[in-house]
Ligand binder design. Structure first.
Ligand code: PLP
Length: 367
């Protein structure tokens, strides 16, 4: 049987059916119904945040947050991320300015941010890559010093805490994704966690076409409302998410046991003070030491029915849609990592025997 890089979490079918049954009484399928309200309040508690609003997906969370903050000019971000982060910036008419990443935890290198700040810079958009928490305190200091907004791409950090504090409480806004492939899913879905009431009103208006009242449309909004079926899926999955994370932890620990001391392999760091959600298991293959390249390992796994993924390759600053506008040589660490990284299969029900087999196959590639 083949193994995919991930497998979506689903509640027992009966549980979901029970959850959606009352929708057949109300006939209220979207536009902030009872399921939307319940998931919102459940998540507020679970994530330990002051304010939260739900959206159709993580991408719209990013895109509408930037619009809600009224950003103009340049935004400092990293190219070592999913297309969504950079696209949200560009689709807002903003100019992405790419900062390199930390070679250990792959998040934005805070020592390199200040030299990229100009009089046009309005915000920093850091990414908590693989669930690795950015250097939040340093970022806050820089943002304060230069009066910049901070929007975290928190798509990978569902449920994580730093020093006991919910990851969604850092920066001006944190954007979560509840896509089917993430640690917690509502099929498609997303959320913004934020500080002020004003931002809350703005995002609520923008996710509903910019409509303020029955006869007042005073914003050029989008349609990014989470529907009741997605919210119901989220309500069910949230009941099981702790159990799922505990199972992911066992898988990650098994991977570490096998791969931790193999020369030429760099594993994801264990961050002090951070309660991890075990979202991804990236491995950086240093060919000169390990003896086989990332691509060779990926092909070998693929020939054995095992799907590993090159997250994140290519870098967003090399995408065809940008027609060579950006120079990836200016982010050499990100470029180096993206050419060598492979994320291995990881989901709650991946058996430890399968992890053993995957690791055996990888270690056999060593020369
Ligand atoms: C998944 C993801 C997104 C986008 O989320 P969607 O819910 O799929 O729109 C944004 N950024 C990162 C880093 C992601 O992994």
């Amino acid at each position: 049987m083949s193994i995919n890089v991930t497998r979506s979490s689903m509640p027992p079918l009966e549980e979901y059916i029970t959850e959606i049954r009352d929708l057949w009484d109300s006939h209220w399928l979207t536009n902030m119904g009872v399921k939307h309200k319940q998931l919102q309040s459940d998540l507020k508690k679970y994530l330990g945040v002051e304010n939260i609003d739900l959206l159709t997906n993580g991408h719209m969370a990013l895109e509408l947050s930037m619009q809600a903050l009224g950003l103009k000019g340049e935004v400092i971000t990293t190219p070592f991320t999913f297309a969504s982060t950079t696209h949200a910036i560009v689709r807002n008419g903003l100019e992405p300015v790419f900062c390199d990443i930390d070679p250990i935890d792959f998040t934005i290198d805070t020592d390199k941010i200040e030299s990229l700040i100009t009089d046009k810079t309005c915000a920093i958009v850091p990414v908590h890559v693989y669930g690795n928490v950015c250097h939040v305190e340093k970022i806050e200091q820089i943002a304060k010093k230069y009066s910049l907004k901070v929007i975290y791409d928190a798509a990978h950090t569902f449920g994580e805490t730093v020093g006991g504090k919910g990851i969604g409480s850092f920066g001006d806004v944190s954007c979560f994704s509840f896509h089917a492939t993430k640690v917690f899913n509502s099929i498609e879905g997303g959320a913004v966690c934020f500080k002020g009431k004003e931002f809350g009103e703005e995002i609520y208006r923008l996710k509903n076409f910019g409509i303020r009242g029955p006869e007042i449309v005073d914003g050029v909004g989008a349609n990014a409302k989470m529907n009741e079926f997605c919210a119901a899926m989220g309500i069910c999955n949230l009941r099981h998410v702790d159990e799922e994370i505990a199972k992911r932890k066992l898988v990650v620990e098994r991977y570490r046991e096998h791969l931790e001391n193999v020369d030429g392999l760099q594993l994801n760091p264990i961050q002090k003070n951070v309660l991890s959600n075990y979202a991804y298991f990236p491995v950086v293959f240093e060919e000169k030491v390990f003896g086989a390249s990332r691509n060779e390992v990926m092909d070998m796994l693929s020939n054995n029915g095992i799907g590993a993924r090159k997250y994140f390759y290519p870098l967003t600053n090399t995408f065809d849609c940008f027609h060579g506008k950006f120079d990836s040589n200016l982010t050499p660490v990100a470029l180096h990592i993206s050419k060598r990284v492979l994320t291995l299969p990881l989901y709650a029900d991946l058996s430890l025997e399968d992890v053993d087999r995957i690791c055996d196959l990888i270690i056999k590639c060593k020369r």
